[in-house]
Design a protein. Sequence first.
Length: 242
Amino acid sequence: MQTFYNETTNYETFDFFYDNRAVTTQHVNKLADSFKNFGQLRPIVCTRNLNGKLKIVDGQHRYMAAKSLGRAVKYTIDNTLTSESVTEINTTQKKFTLQDWVSRFATQNIEDYKNLLYQFDYYKNNFSQSIIVTVFNKNGSSAKGILPAIRYGKYKIDQRKGTFLLNSVLKCQAVSYNKEMAKTQFILALDRCFKNETFDLDRFLSKLRKNKINIFSTWKDTYTEIQRIYNHTNMLEKNRLL
């Protein structure tokens, strides 16, 4: 079946929806190499807005690749498509990442998502994005409802709680040199410790300097290990961690 399309080198004709996936240079370069050999085999899909601009629903990487080569952009227009179509089309082709979902709402100036993007960047060398969204989640640490909340724009961030917990984990890593502390098991176990009013982080750090800690496969077992370290030689002391 023949596909009918238009083409133009007027790159200013096109615009992006805020829902578009973030463009990656690596993917653009890969497509550009393909275009050199085979051309743009599949046109981008656009819808025309009230100002006459062609908003790209699907194919922003193809657009950038053609533009980088100075070649005409092949495109089709379907005015029945909307901004919601962007997510639907992209998620059927390639799974949206946490970064994609958070970026989508951050571009709408939703402060919780803009703040979450900042935390992604700030802690990127220490913690995974899934851990960051869990720790900063205002509605508790259960991961079950977090992804739906993010996808529907309902995620709420607790910056004070998240910052305190992750910075506390980093302090523990600094004295124990145990990279496994960046795992969910330890982070949730430490969070459980802070719910005990008698828990003293400085005291725990002092114990960590002298005792090796093991990170187990569950947060409950890891919490028991933290108890062991914290209570070491404290049998006659008050404020033991129970």
